[in-house]
Design a protein around this ligand. Structure first.
Ligand SMILES: NC(=O)c1ccc[n+]([C@@H]2O[C@H](COP(=O)([O-])OP(=O)(O)OC[C@H]3O[C@@H](n4cnc5c(N)ncnc54)[C@H](O)[C@@H]3O)[C@@H](O)[C@H]2O)c1
Ligand SMILES: O=P(O)(O)OC[C@H](O)CO
Length: 329
């Protein structure tokens, strides 16, 4: 197969819109699908997505649509809806996407109830589709504006990963390829939970030293989890693991970190999202559940899950972490 001609994007939120702009900047024709016909028509006309990505102009090569059929001819489809909505979003495309169309999964999370990663959900729904995952340190607003960014793309089919990475790379987006899909998915899902923890520490004004300690110990639990669930340490040291952890734990631009900030400052967890998606809040329970199932110690993620559920106060969570037995590093 030669260079890609058309990219389809399922999901017109912040990340879908940003990736549509990045693909257009790399010379592709892009069909950006939004489920809401009015929002799609407004975006097509105004060339903006004011609700999810205000102030960013959609590049000319993007056509915005609410007709799923428009994506039937796309050579590659990026799936860019939150993890909890992957099933319902794909249901709208049943029978429309050819079985051989590669799907690039761009969500970072674990499905509640099933404890499945995005690639496992999609395997259930479209077992025949070639699948890759894309993740790494990348704020939608940065990517949409063409600021320099690097991400990882992995597929069990390494040749497919290599081709998609080349096709999706552009003037400001470098896409590194690999074959460790599970490692990339683990990094993206876990860093959101850990960023909530670091946000809480900042919101509680516990100091910069505590933030660094929590980020580093969070990375240690991420590595333990990856080892138990088939992710390669090398992957977790890269963009989709350490890279994204550092970005998300260090910036109020992150919705997960900001959720933690508000909780740390005293807002009850249920009121603290600010109306924005924070994938870590949905993933925390599933991550902890999976970790327990293989006896992986994840005290920071456990603490986040308990604070979100309201079963532990922030102070109890901090005290609990500080009182853990001392051990070798
Ligand atoms: N925003 C970022 O900077 C960023 C960067 C990298 C990865 N991500 C990941 O991308 C995923 C999506 O995040 P986002 O920032 O675009 O979220 P968002 O809240 O900005 O947008 C979510 C979009 O998904 C759509 N959607 C929800 N349920 C749907 C359904 N059932 N069918 C069709 N569409 C549906 C919504 O209408 C909305 O357009 C998340 O997993 C997030 O972690 C986001
Ligand atoms: O705003 P967040 O916390 O969802 O983070 C966005 C991206 O995942 C950062 O890489």
């Amino acid at each position: 197969m030669g260079a890609l001609r058309t990219i389809g994007v399922i999901g017109g939120g912040a990340w879908g819109t940003a990736l549509a702009n990045a693909a257009a900047a790399s010379g592709k024709a892009v069909a950006l699908w939004m489920r809401d016909p009015e929002a799609a028509a407004a975006a097509e006309l105004s060339r903006t997505n004011e609700r999810y990505l205000p102030g960013v102009r959609l590049l000319d090569a993007i056509g915005v649509t609410s007709r799923p059929q428009t994506l039937a001819l796309a050579e590659t489809v990026l799936l860019v809806v939150p993890t909890q909505n992957i099933r319902s979003a794909l249901a709208g495309f049943a029978g429309l996407l050819p079985p051989e169309t590669p799907l690039v999964l761009c969500a970072k999370g674990i499905e509640r109830g099933t404890n499945l990663f995005p690639s496992e959900i999609v395997r259930e729904l479209r077992p025949e589709a070639p699948v890759a995952v894309l993740s790494g340190p990348s704020f939608a607003a940065d990517v949409a504006r063409g600021l320099p960014t690097a991400v990882a793309l992995a597929s069990g089919d390494e040749e497919l990963a290599r081709r998609l990475a080349a096709d999706l790379s552009g003037p400001a987006l470098r896409v590194y390829h690999g074959s460790d899909m599970r490692g990339v998915e683990i990094g993206g899902a876990a860093k959101n939970v850990l960023a909530i923890a670091v946000g809480i520490v900042q919101g509680r004004r516990l100091g910069e030293s505590a933030k660094a300690a929590l980020t580093a110990r969070g990375f240690a639990e991420l590595l333990r989890f990856a080892e138990a669930f088939g992710g390669r340490p090398h992957t977790l040291m890269g963009l989709s693991g350490l890279g994204d952890l550092v970005l998300t734990c260090g910036s109020a631009q992150s919705r997960n970190f900001s959720l933690g900030l508000r909780i740390g400052a005293g807002t009850p967890a249920r009121d603290a999202t600010g109306g924005k998606l924070a994938e870590g809040a949905f993933t925390a329970d599933a991550l902890v559940d999976l970790a327990r199932s293989r006896s992986v110690e994840m005290p920071i993620s456990e603490a986040v899950a308990a604070v979100l559920a309201g079963t532990r106060s922030v102070d109890e969570a901090v005290d609990g972490l500080m009182a853990r037995p001392l051990k070798a590093e």
